[in-house]
Design a protein around this ligand. Sequence first.
Ligand SMILES: Cc1ncc(COP(=O)(O)O)c(C=O)c1O
Length: 445
Amino acid sequence: MPTSSGLFPRNFKKTFPIAVRGKGCWIITADGRRFLDTSGQAAVVCIGHGIPEIGRAMAEQSSQIAFAHTSQFHTAPAEKLAERLLAMAPPNFRRGGRVYFTSGGSEATETAIKLARQFHLEGGQKNRYRVLSRRQSYHGSTLGAMSVSGNVARRAAYEPLIPEWGHIASCFCYHCPFEKTFPQCQLVCADDLEVFLREHGAGEAAAFIFEPVVGATLGAAVPPDGYAQRIAEICLRNGILLIADEVMTGMGRTGKPFAVQHWGVEPDIILVGKGVASGYAPLGAVLVSARVVAAFERGSGAFMHGFTYQAHAVSTAAGNAVLDYLESHKLFDRVNTAGQKLCAALSPLQSHPNVGDIRGSGLLLGVEFVKDKATHEPFQKEQDIAEKIREACLEENVLVYPTQGCVDGVRGDHILLAPPFTILPEECALIARALQSAVARVFAS
Ligand SMILES: Cc1ncc(COP(=O)(O)O)c(C=O)c1O
């Protein structure tokens, strides 16, 4: 980073090359280096970098009308994208559902929290205002979103956060918080929701928010079959809304349009972000199911919430162009096969004594590094293994997304792989080679 930079960086101790161009899975910097982007930056870029028709669609929209305030107007690209997202969603969204567009994932989480609270007010249940979530989760960086997130490291600097209620157990079979094994566990982690509600007063609960597949915090931890269904049943039985945070998993990343569709679950609200505009524009969305919409229509008629840039015409035009590209290039259908190819390329890594687990769904994969493969014992935080793997991959011009804390919020090292859906077999091989060499070098020292 030039010392004269006016940008407030994420980290003053790091240097940041200037990205000037992107093409497919590659990012090119001002000094001419080419980086293989194995994580779509942060599971954002799903159609690949540098696709000219997206820019053209955005330019066309902005030459017509770039901005019209949602208190006065709706725009055609926002109407069109809303309809298309609802058509991809579970059945309870398709007739009578609506979409609230935001500028990203955190705004979507904030919107959902307020939406859930007002939903209960509309039904005369004033006491229902608390939002429950899981340890080891991430729902965004604004304080409301961070309060429902369970990610220890990302919360630490800001505690105390706004008043929060509590977190239930995560669902993470590789490091089961109950030290049990599926299916003998009988999904005790899902029943933890019921236990919490019983002990803390279900009558105050407005909603439960969860990532169907936990992305950054746990490195693509997929729940066992039956978990999401059990959670949905408990929410329904206790009169609380189920919010599926699909900011990372949505828009096809796990091989279905939305990850909850792997288990036939119908949440009340679905959050999307990241892949919805593939990084071409800041865009997020809250998909609201028909029964929640009906409560507002029957009740006050107005949601007491808003952002200046919600449903932005150029961002939603980008969203439509991205969806056109996904459909016309049949990229949704590519996710599972590309994911299998990447897993197959990575499988030789599994024999390394410090590679504990390779997991995930579709093109959302995690590789976890452990000190002891038999016991799954993690390295100490200070050893900074995930970061060292990132640095070693970077030496080979391969970008990976490292995170620590998957075991207990502090210990546990993994990297996340979430490349564009267009990834080629030779690029999968390149990732595997770079990771193998990084693992060999990091653990040799
Ligand atoms: C599951 C999940 N929810 C919410 C967010 C927040 O999205 P944003 O960074 O766009 O505000 C993220 C971002 O990583 C995420 O992974």
